[in-house]
Design a protein around this ligand. Structure first.
Ligand code: AQP
Length: 333
C-alpha cells in the first residue's frame, strides 16, 4: 500500500541534531522508499506563533529547505514547499479550530512549556498551533506522519479532530486518521548540557546542541564539552536509567551509527566517557559535515531554492485546494 507521508519543520533557525535524528533522517528513509508519496513542509506559519525577525525568517525558510535537500530528500521525488504559499492551511485551521473543544487544547503540554508563566502574553496562534498542524496533515490525506517524540501529543489531537469531524458531519473516513511514525528508540535527543532538557533551537547556549551547520571543529569541541557524570559507562541498559547525560550520549552514538543501545554498550561498557567522546565526535563529524557543507552550497543559490519551493507550492496547492473545497461543501458553505 502506498503510504502518504506528511511532516514539517519550523524555519526558526539552528536546525540541530535532534531535528535530524528525531525527524529528518526518517524523512530521508521514507523519501527513498519508492512506494511512498512524501510531502515535506517548511512550516513558516507555525514559526510566527512566536516573534520572528522578518529578514531572518526569509533566510531560515531557505535554509530549512536546503537542509531537507542536503540531508538527502530528493525534490524531484518528494514535494518540498513552504506553508504560507498554500492558503488552504490557514483556512483549514480556522474551520478545524471551530470543531476542536478548548478542553482538548488546554491539555497540550507544548503550549504550557512555551507560554511559560506568562500565559496571558502568549499569542492565540501559539495556543491553536496544534490545530494548524492538524490542518496541514489532514489536507493531504496523510496516512503516516514522521515526527520526534515531542510531537506525539499533537498528533493524537490531529487524530481526535479527524474522528470528531467525520462523526459530526456523518462523513465516515472523509478525513483520514493518520498514524504517527515515531522511532521507538532515540526519538527525543536531549541537550548536551542537561540530559533532562530537550535539545532545542531556542536554548541560549550554543554548546547545548550540534547544529546541522556546525563545522567539524565545532562538533569536536561541543562533544568534548558535553556534560557527563563521574562513573564509568555501564554494561547494561538498566544501569543507565538514572544517568540522563550518559543515556543521551550513548543514544546519540547508537542512533547516528544505526545500531542498538545494547551494541553500543557492548563496545563502550566499562570504558571512560573520553573514549566514547572521541568516537562520537568522529562519527558525528563524518555524518554531519557533508550535510553542513551541502547546506552552505545550496543556500548560496537562492534562485534554485526558490524554484524548488515554488514548484512544491504549486503541487501542494493543487492537492490542498481540492480538499478544502470538499471540506467547505461538507460543512455547508
Ligand atoms: N530534541 C529533539 N529530539 C528529537 N526530535 C526532535 N524534534 C525537535 N527537537 C527534537 C523534531 O524535529 C521536528 C521539527 O521540529 P520543529 O520544527 O517543530 O521544532 P523544534 O526543534 O521543536 O523547535 P522549536 O519549537 O522551534 O524550538 P524550541 O524547541 O527551541 O522551542 C519535529 O518532528 C520534532 O518532533
Amino acid at each position: 500500500m502506498t503510504k502518504k507521508i506528511f511532516s514539517g519543520v519550523q524555519p526558526t533557525g539552528n536546525l540541530h541534531l535532534g531535528n535530524y535524528l528525531g525527524a529528518i533522517k526518517n524523512f530521508v528513509e521514507l523519501n527513498n522508499d519508492k512506494e511512498n508519496d512524501c510531502i515535506f513542509c517548511v512550516v513558516d506559519l507555525h514559526a510566527i506563533t512566536v516573534k520572528q525577525d522578518k529578514y531572518q525568517l526569509k533566510s531560515n525558510i531557505r535554509e530549512t529547505a536546503a537542509t531537507f535537500i542536503a540531508s538527502g530528500i530528493d525534490p524531484s521525488k518528494s514535494i518540498i514547499f513552504n506553508q504560507s504559499e498554500v492558503p488552504a492551511h490557514a483556512e483549514g485551521s480556522w474551520i478545524l479550530s471551530c470543531m476542536a473543544p478548548m478542553g482538548w487544547l488546554n491539555r497540550m503540554t507544548q503550549f504550557k512549556e512555551k507560554a511559560g508563566k506568562d500565559k496571558e502574553k502568549a499569542s492565540v496562534g501559539l495556543y491553536i498551533y496544534p490545530v494548524l498542524m492538524a490542518s496541514d496533515i489532514l489536507l493531504y490525506d496523510a496516512t503516516h506522519v514522521p515526527v520526534g517524540e515531542d510531537q506525539k501529543q499533537h498528533l493524537e489531537l490531529t487524530r481526535d479532530i479527524a474522528h470528531k469531524f467525520n462523526k459530526d458531519f456523518k462523513c465516515d473516513d472523509f478525513l483520514k486518521v493518520p498514524e504517527p511514525l515515531i522511532k521507538e528508540n532515540f526519538s527525543r535527543i536531549m541537550s548536551l548540557k542537561d540530559g533532562l532538557k530537550k535539545m532545542s533551537k531556542s536554548d541560549p547556549s550554543d554548546l547545548s546542541r550540534i547544529n546541522l551547520t556546525d563545522s567539524k571543529d565545532e562538533i569536536v569541541n561541543k562533544v568534548k564539552k558535553a556534560k557527563t557524570d563521574s562513573f564509568p559507562i555501564p554494561n547494561d541498559e538498566e544501569k543507565l536509567k538514572s544517568r540522563p547525560e550518559a543515556e543521551n550520549l550513548l543514544g546519540i552514538f547508537s542512533s547516528i551509527s544505526n545500531q542498538t543501545l545494547g551494541k553500543t554498550l557492548d563496545e563502550f561498557g566499562g570504558k571512560n566517557f573520553s573514549d566514547l567522546k572521541v568516537q562520537l565526535a568522529e562519527i558525528l563529524s563524518s555524518k554531519i559535515s557533508p550535510i553542513s557543507e551541502e547546506i552552505k552550497k545550496l543556500t548560496n543559490d537562492q534562485q534554485y531554492l526558490d524554484n524548488i519551493l515554488l514548484e512544491g507550492a504549486n503541487k501542494a496547492n493543487e492537492i490542498a485546494r481540492k480538499k478544502i473545497l470538499e471540506i467547505k461543501k461538507i460543512i455547508g458553505f
